[in-house]
Write a protein that binds this ligand. Structure first.
Ligand code: ARG
Length: 264
């Protein structure tokens, strides 16, 4: 081995090592994920699944934007903290909270009893319900009509749960995709007869894709769902801070200005 080659190898090794050190450094700095920003305000790290337009998604420049993001920005302003968003995807959000990589998660997350056993939630800030998306030619008119059909959902969402209740937990007719757009593609490609998901996201997809002939079906059997910000279990300090902001933006009309409706 030539001398210069050895030298290069050595340098490369040192370089790799410093990357590892830097990476570790940022990790241990983030005590409970939050940092202090330059003006002394607390900076909270917020995890999201930015595949969920119009709630949280990437704009053309790669920024995380959406109704949920506007709401969290308003909450942060009202409660006096700063935020930094990180796109984790849906399923990794939950361990990221447990590992304290993030301070809280915003992702149109429905406050539900099962999740409440492992996580804490802020007060509700948004109301939603499940909606069925089908081809315009489909004869499905109710949720019950999906009993013998193939149904696509985003994995481990409340839509997935509702469909499991209808088709059976281990039914092979459930197509559980990693993201909601993928779940919708499965339906459009014919791998499923219907997609089930949160109303705002289903409607947004339909409006943005007029060339694909789709229709939606509402069903009264779907329960009302309330979105909350999700926090590591026992992190009351963050829950209180978020609730302070939520209370303020409910009172001053800012939340209604963003979403168009009141949430009590
Ligand atoms: N509201 C549903 C739930 O909590 C779906 C949320 C999915 N959000 C997302 N950003 N992918 O299960």
């Amino acid at each position: 081995m030539g001398r210069t080659f050895k030298h290069i190898l050595l340098l490369a090794g040192v370089f790799c090592l410093s990357i590892v050190v830097v990476a570790c450094g940022t990790k241990s700095d983030t005590n409970g994920a939050s940092k202090s920003s330059t003006d002394g305000k607390k900076k909270l790290i917020v995890g999201t699944d930015a595949t969920y337009a119009p709630m949280e998604y990437m704009d053309a420049k790669g920024n995380i934007v959406g109704i949920d993001i506007d709401i969290v920005n308003a909450i942060a302003e009202a409660a006096g903290f700063e935020v930094e968003y990180k796109n984790y995807g849906w399923e990794p959000l939950f361990p990221a909270l447990d590992n304290e990589e993030i301070d809280f998660a915003v992702s149109s997350i429905t406050i539900d009893e099962e999740r409440k056993q492992s996580f804490d939630f802020s007060d509700p800030y948004f109301i939603a319900n499940q909606l069925i998306l089908i081809q315009e030619s489909s004869d499905v008119t109710s949720f019950d009509d999906l009993k013998d059909k193939k149904v696509s959902v985003q994995i481990n969402t409340t839509g997935h749960k509702a469909v499991k209740e209808l088709l059976g937990k281990t039914s092979k007719n459930i197509v559980a995709a990693e993201t909601m757009p993928l779940a919708i593609s499965e339906m459009i490609n014919g791998n499923a007869d219907a997609a089930v998901g949160d109303n705002a996201v289903i409607i947004e997809y339909k409006v943005n894709n007029p060339k694909v002939k789709l229709k939606t079906v509402e069903d009264n059997s779907f329960e009302k769902e309330y979105y909350g910000l999700m926090v590591k279990k026992g992190n009351q300090e963050i829950v209180d801070l978020l609730n302070e902001g939520i209370k303020k933006i409910k009172e001053n009309g800012k939340l209604k200005e963003i979403t168009g409706f009141d949430v009590k």
